[in-house]
Design a protein. Structure first.
Length: 175
């Protein structure tokens, strides 16, 4: 699994890419929190690798669909946003969790298509599996943090920077 910090940063980065206007702080709280929710299965008493344990059904696209549907339904009026675009963004943000975990180099795969079938996908990428523990991540010590910085944070920062620069360019051209 990728670290919780990286999951949150991906949610915040995707939120900034798809949102160009000022939005309520609740939007940013949800953008950072929704991609972390699938890891709540780590507190399950079910064994690791089972469908009800860690990297189980909470990492599936169906779970992402349900969670984003509930979050968008509860927040769209408060955020003064259209429901379907907000739902789509929340789905993308939540589904990013399973995708990131599938691109780690260890652990069980992700049952993306649960409940249709339980086949697991993953161990596709160069991201090191996260270190166990709740300590502050240290890139000098942690290979997981170093690979996340190189393969997730840096490309995301470049993407956000390009989108920001394009928006600024359009604003200056419109004047």
């Amino acid at each position: 699994m990728a670290t919780l910090y990286t999951h949150a940063v991906v949610g915040l980065g995707l939120g900034s890419v798809f949102t160009s206007r000022r939005v309520h702080p609740l939007f940013w709280i949800l953008a950072g929190f929704l991609p972390i929710v699938p890891d709540f299965d780590a507190f399950s008493t079910s064994p690791y690798g089972s469908l009800w344990g860690h990297r189980g059904f909470t990492h599936s696209l169906c779970f992402a669909l349900g969670l984003s549907l509930v979050a968008a339904a509860l927040a769209f009026r408060f955020l003064h946003a259209r429901f379907w675009p907000l739902f789509g963004l929340f789905f993308l943000i939540t589904a990013s969790h399973g995708i990131l975990d599938a691109f780690t180099n260890g652990g069980f795969g992700i049952p993306f298509f649960w409940p249709l079938h339980n086949q697991r996908y993953g161990r596709w990428g160069p991201i090191q599996v996260a270190d166990i523990g709740f300590e502050i991540p240290d890139p000098r010590v942690s290979r997981a943090v170093r690979t996340e910085l190189a393969y997730v944070w840096l490309p995301l920062a470049v993407l956000v920077g390009i989108v920001w620069a394009c928006r600024r360019y359009r604003q200056t051209r419109a004047r």
